[in-house]
Design a protein around this ligand. Structure first.
Ligand code: NAI
Length: 708
């Protein structure tokens, strides 16, 4: 596991865990590391130690089994006390060895992997493109428990390290050097010689915090550091409403631990780490944002036994907002793209979208002129369907209009090979209906991208009644090639994401009609953990668009249509007040140069009730209405996998991430509790809160979505 080699009294330990693609911390590697420390502590002839890895990654962090154990929960504090601090204690022993140590970081070192680097005296990283370092634990509701919260601030200062740890940022080698997370970046083949040279020049290196008179750079907890923590605590509380215990725990590790010696600070960190491991928020976030996300990325829903397909040429119909984004994503992933619109000028404008994005990336140091030219060179704007010849897949992103979609489908298919796929990016129209325009509906599928495509990681794949297994498998291969995460759903109005997300906006708008103060509505949206409050969100989506979708749905459903609480509000805003949303700068908000404020006349349009509800009650309604709709999607067979449902909710529309998604949210509350509360809400606010039969039955049998 740790291959030992030695030249001129310099020891190199090369980590290479057998039968694994990456090195991780688990019981076996911790034991091996401890044995190695036992041996090194006895040696008096050693002049230095280099830690290095034989794998592509340096060390990836904790083992999957350990992570799964967090998701399942059920450990008690006493048991955790024994195991949780193990890495922390070993790393302390490493940094107290009587000779200098260097981490020769040849690949990504994240979480516990980077904490190993922090316990070395020096860090030199290879200048490799995919290499990342950082402490991403907070993104999973945890904190770095191997000394990360104590060593990083002592190394680079409180202010810089707090942001990195709170946000769980990962940095590439060059950024890491600029921030001080690594001390040098060298070409990969010079890594070991650079490490050796440093050891030879620094035979007496000692950690700064183990030296007399050490002070935290940039101000300690008796000075500027304390101010930083105070301001950050206030901002964090205002932003997260106490929903994220990890952030609070990290702030406490800083506030308490950085006043003490490193050894005492490590004990403070251990205490908070154990507290988080026992908190259900960490379990839910780990399950959804690590385990189930990984499963979706590995295409858990892909039908088995079908050969994989690699895509080299694709077509995109419609060079508007979505089509341009999809073309960029495909070209960036190395595919040739024919970007087709009604005329060449519009198609070219779609390509300019990519150019603008790439210019921005270059400005931020995230891309280069050469990469830009390569990506742009792969996008071919056109108005001629014949250019689609040879495309293995076409993504359709023209206007949301059945007839136009039918026309472009037929025209495109006439140019395509028999086995080419056709994916529609429709956000509302049932796929099975759209497939009627196709001469091979078995090759027709929904590929619902989110806006802005270049930033949004999710694609909702909608399987039509006639979509074949092979079509689904290859569509998933395509999404994986784009580096995005797919979830798979069945064909029904609104699919999964738009349908559930829609209930949040609907509820928010409905509150206006109930006479709730719009400021209160927005405050409750934020407090619920949703990324944007509902009225602001409605303005972004477009009030006119929502009104139109409502009219279309009413027409399509006929007698089965049930108006929802937002219907009268949209009618008044769009039809009577001509306020269409952000696009005409008039919606629930009025838009000034750089600011927006709630439209003062809302009070006249929607008179306020004398009694106003509590923010917490409204926040609860926002999460309940979404969770109930998500449960209906399972009951109706729209959503085959609740794991996908949780992942899609957080990645697709930012459903309160601390809950782990709507299904984890219901599980966390306990279905019995959830059902009884929903029933009470239904009595008070209407049948949309009535729990579906599936939930009633699950609650009656003490079942949960993710458990037994
Ligand atoms: P858009 O209006 O920005 O772009 C549509 C493009 O299609 C325009 O460039 C138009 O010239 C082109 N087009 C129209 N008829 C055509 C034809 N007969 N032949 C070739 N090109 C034609 O619309 P957007 O927002 O990009 O939406 C496109 C599709 O994506 C719609 O189905 C929409 O529902 C869906 N969608 C939109 C999202 C959004 O946030 N805007 C999110 C997810 C899906």
């Amino acid at each position: 596991m740790f291959l030992h080699s030695e030249t001129d009294h310099i020891v190199t330990l090369t980590m290479d865990m057998p039968e694994r693609s990456a090195n991780v911390w688990n019981q076996a590697s911790l034991d091996a590391f401890a044995a190695m420390l036992d041996a090194l502590e006895q040696r008096e002839d050693v002049k230095g130690l280099i830690l290095h890895s034989a794998k592509k990654t340096f060390l990836a962090g904790a083992d999957l089994d350990a992570i799964e154990a967090i998701a399942i929960g059920g450990k008690d504090a006493e048991e955790l006390h024994g195991s949780a601090g193990a890495l922390s204690e070993l790393l302390r022993r490493l940094e107290l060895l009587p000779f200098p140590t260097v981490a020769a970081i040849n690949g990504s070192a994240l979480g516990g992997g980077y904490e190993l680097c922090l316990a070395c005296n020096h860090r030199v990283a290879a200048d490799s493109p995919g290499l990342q370092v950082g402490l991403p634990e907070a993104q999973l509701g945890l904190l770095p428990g191997g000394g990360g919260t104590q060593r990083l601030p002592r190394m680079i200062g409180i202010e810089k390290s707090l942001g990195l740890i709170m946000e769980g940022k990962r940095l590439g080698a060059v950024e890491a050097l600029a921030m001080g997370l690594v001390d040098a970046v060298v070409p990969a083949d010079e890594l070991l010689s650079a490490a050796t040279r440093w050891l030879e020049k620094n035979p007496a290196a000692k950690q700064p915090w183990d030296q007399e008179g050490f002070q935290i750079p940039g101000g300690d907890m008796d000075g500027y550091g304390a101010q930083v923590i105070m301001v950050a605590t206030a901002m964090f509380q205002a932003k997260t409403h106490g929903n994220y215990p990890a952030g609070k725990a990290i702030l406490s590790c800083f506030a308490e631990g950085l006043r003490l010696s490193l050894d005492a600070g490590l004990l403070v960190e251990k205490r908070y780490f154990i507290q988080l491991l026992l908190d259900p928020v960490a379990g839910a976030m780990v399950r959804t944002l690590f385990l189930n996300l990984e499963k979706a990325n590995k295409l858990a829903a892909r039908p088995k036994g079908l050969p994989r397909k690699a895509f080299s040429k694709v077509g995109v119909l419609g060079a508007g907002l979505m089509g341009s984004g999809v073309a960029y994503a495909c070209a960036k992933a190395g595919m040739d793209v024919v970007l087709l619109d009604r005329d060449e000028t519009t198609a070219k404008k779609g390509k300019t979208y990519s150019e603008n994005l790439l210019n921005k990336r270059i400005k931020r140091g995230r891309s280069t002129q050469a990469k830009k030219q390569a990506i742009l060179g792969r996008i071919h704007p056109s108005a001629a369907y014949s250019d689609l010849s040879g495309c293995q897949l076409v993504v359709e992103a023209v206007f949301e209009d059945r007839e136009i979609k039918a026309e472009v489908t037929a025209k495109a298919e006439a140019q395509l090979d028999k086995d080419a796929l056709f994916g529609s990016n429709t956000s509302t129209l049932p796929i099975t209906g759209l497939a009627q325009a196709s001469s091979r509906p078995d090759r027709f599928i929904g590929l619902h991208f989110f806006s802005p495509v270049e930033r949004m990681p999710l694609v909702e794949v909608i399987v039509g009644k006639q979509s074949s297994d092979e079509c689904l498998a290859h569509a998933l291969d395509f999404i994986q090639q784009l580096g995005k995460t797919p979830i798979v759903v069945n064909d029904a109005r609104g699919f999964y994401t738009s349908r559930v997300f829609g209930t949040y906006i609907t509820e928010g708008l409905g509150l206006l009609a109930e006479g709730v103060d719009p400021n209160l509505i927005e405050a409750a949206g934020r407090a619920s953990g949703m990324p944007m409050p509902p009225l602001a969100l409605a303005d972004e989506v477009g009030l006119e668009l929502m009104h139109d979708v409502g009219l279309q749905t009413a027409k399509d459903l006929g007698d089965a249509y049930r108006p929802n609480p937002s219907t009268p509000v949209l009618q008044r805003m769009v039809v009577e007040a001509k306020r269409l949303g952000r696009k005409n700068q008039k919606g629930f908000y009025t838009y000034h140069e750089r600011k927006k404020t709630l439209w003062p006349e809302l009070d006249a349009l929607f008179p306020r009730a004398t009694a106003q509800p509590e923010v917490e009650d409204l926040a609860e309604r926002f999460l309940y209405t979404q969770a109930l709709e998500a449960a209906r999607c399972v009951e109706e067979g729209v959503l085959p996998s609740v794991a996908d449902g949780d992942v899609g909710a957080i990645l697709g529309w930012g459903f309160a991430p601390f809950t782990g998604g709507p299904f984890s949210y219901m599980d966390g509350l306990g279905l019995k509790h959830f059902v009884s509360r929903a029933t009470a809400l239904a009595a008070q606010h209407g049948e949309r809160f009535q729990p579906p039969a599936l939930l009633l039955e699950m609650a009656a049998h003490d079942r949960s979505f993710h458990g037994p």
